[in-house]
Design a protein around this ligand. Structure first.
Ligand code: ZN
Length: 221
């Protein structure tokens, strides 16, 4: 705990002075450009990886970056927490982008492949049902990248499954169809620090580097 407290002191003394004006403006309200959905894993640090500032990302994190799908009435089939974050970001804040970001070495994906790992954690075991569809895709269609270990193959397909789950929410579908909302699937490789983006046309995740940024410069923001 002392480490965390000292971190706050360091922030107050070294970073707050230059961010003070920004925080003062943000106190009036937020207008984030992205709903960023990722795993609770401590090694995935969105603001660091994306070089973003306070106010840029509306972030939702949970174990395995899972999104329980909605019924035809638009009600979540799982916990209401994820659905509420989606509705708030999409219908009220009107974010123009959603990113679902999975990652390598994900404990949740390992547990989906080996349920014994979570035999003493009944809630977690039930939560991971929302990744079953990804496991089914892996067994039916095979991996997107054969060179990856099994749990990373599952993690990549899980990103696509969760994007499908997002589309079950009427507010998401409506804004996507009007061209006001863009859905993105990303995957972070912890060992190399590299971020990859799903490209439908290529049917694979491609490295996000300068070349990628320039090729997508004209895409909607
Ligand atoms: Zn994870």
């Amino acid at each position: 705990m002392r480490e965390l407290v000292m971190g706050i002191v360091e922030f107050r003394e070294q970073h707050l002075p230059e961010l003070a004006e920004r925080f003062e403006k943000l106190a009036m309200g937020q207008s984030p450009n992205t709903l960023f959905i990722t795993c609770a894993d401590s090694r995935v640090v969105p603001n660091l990886l994306l070089s973003t500032d306070p106010g840029d990302l509306f972030t939702m994190r949970n174990v395995g970056n899972l999104i329980p799908p909605a019924t035809t009435d638009g009600v979540s089939t799982g916990d209401l927490s994820e659905a509420s974050a989606i509705e708030y970001a999409v219908s009220i804040l009107e974010v123009p982008n959603i990113v679902v970001c999975g990652h390598s070495g994900c404990g949740a994906m390992k547990a989906v492949m080996n349920p014994k790992m979570v035999s003493g954690a009944p809630n977690l075991g039930r939560w991971l049902y929302h990744a079953d569809e990804a496991a089914f895709r892996l067994s039916r269609d095979g991996p997107l990248d054969k060179s990856l270990p099994g749990h990373d193959q599952l993690s990549q397909l899980n990103v696509l499954s969760q994007l499908d789950h997002l589309r079950t929410y009427p507010a998401v579908r409506e804004r996507v169809s009007k061209g006001k909302l863009l859905l993105n699937g990303w995957w972070f490789d912890i060992g190399s620090g590299a971020m990859y983006a799903w490209q439908e046309q290529k049917r694979r995740f491609v490295l996000i580097d300068r070349k990628f940024a320039e090729s997508t410069a004209n895409a909607p923001d």
